[in-house]
Design a binder for this molecule. Structure first.
Ligand code: ADP
Ligand code: MG
Length: 256
């Protein structure tokens, strides 16, 4: 009889998508027989296990979908090496609240100071907070939009990049845009404005964006929308990459 009930419970757990509990049913039951928890504690334990397993799976899938170029976290970012980074703001952004309100983040700084590291780490934190994220470099993004336009599929491609709650665009400014492609970027920014967040990293301060976009008017229109609801992080320190080289004695400037 109890075998029939056991099989029925497992069946119902599967139907309710409580797969972790279904899989661990025997272990859970024998543990309960040993420890004799209260009914409430028992319910708490099995629901907790299932919730945790679902959260882990959701985060793993979200990270896969986001296409981050590397595995970076805030824990392995050395804030002491980069005192110009507003750590309090970074921690606040990591809660993901800025995504719920469709605010943007602009991250400026010269090469090697940790812009991509912070962009990936914040992107991960936003996935963990329960939002969809997509990471793309500015060059890839513009290439994809230009290709789609040439093939008459621009609306679909704009829709693709408009969909995630947070779009991370890395390395804006390394390669200046042609006027035509700058306009595609503008269209995307307009699509996302007040609907979805963007986190943009750039080695060029906004005063240089006229050159980046090859057109002052487009740059001004893009900035107007990006900056309306936004947070700015400026990193002013030395390159982390070069620090490692200096330590290794490859760049003469530091005495060890
Ligand atoms: P950027 O995008 O600004 O050019 P990256 O984020 O690619 O710089 O950083 C270069 C390398 O140095 C990466 O491997 C990154 O993880 C590491 N890095 C940069 N800054 C820090 C830091 N403050 N703490 C730990 N690692 C860092
Ligand atoms: Mg980078």
């Amino acid at each position: 009889m109890s075998e029939i009930v056991r099989a029925r419970v497992e069946d119902r757990l599967v139907k309710l998508y409580l797969k972790t509990v279904a899989q661990r049913l025997d272990a859970i039951l024998s543990q309960a027989a040993r420890t004799e928890p209260t009914y409430l504690d028992f319910l708490d334990q099995i629901l907790g296990e299932e919730t945790e397993a679902k959260q882990k799976k959701r985060v793993a899938m979200g990270i896969q979908i986001a296409h981050f170029p590397s595995v970076k976290t805030l824990d392995d970012f050395d804030f002491k090496f980069q005192p110009s980074v507003d750590q309090k703001l970074v921690r606040e952004l990591a809660t993901g609240r800025f995504v719920a309100t469709a605010e943007n983040v602009l991250l400026f700084g010269p090469p090697g100071v940790g812009k991509t590291h912070l962009a990936v780490a914040l992107g991960r934190a936003v996935v963990e907070a329960g939002h969809s994220v997509l990471f793309v470099t500015a060059t890839t993004l513009i290439g994809a939009l230009a290709k789609a336009q040439a093939e008459g599929k621009l609306a679909d491609q704009l829709g693709f990049y408009a969909k995630p709650k947070l779009l991370v665009i890395d390395e804006l400014g390394y390669l200046p845009f042609e006027k035509q492609t700058a306009n595609l970027f503008f269209q995307l920014v307009t699509r996302r404005y007040e609907r979805g967040s963007m986190l943009i990293t750039s080695n060029q301060m906004v005063t240089q964006w006229g050159h980046v976009f090859g057109d002052e008017m487009i740059a001004a229109a893009v900035l107007d929308r990006l900056l309306h609801h936004s947070h700015t992080l400026v990193i002013q320190g030395d390159s982390f990459r070069l620090r490692q080289k200096k330590r290794a004695g490859l760049l003469g400037s530091s005495k060890t």
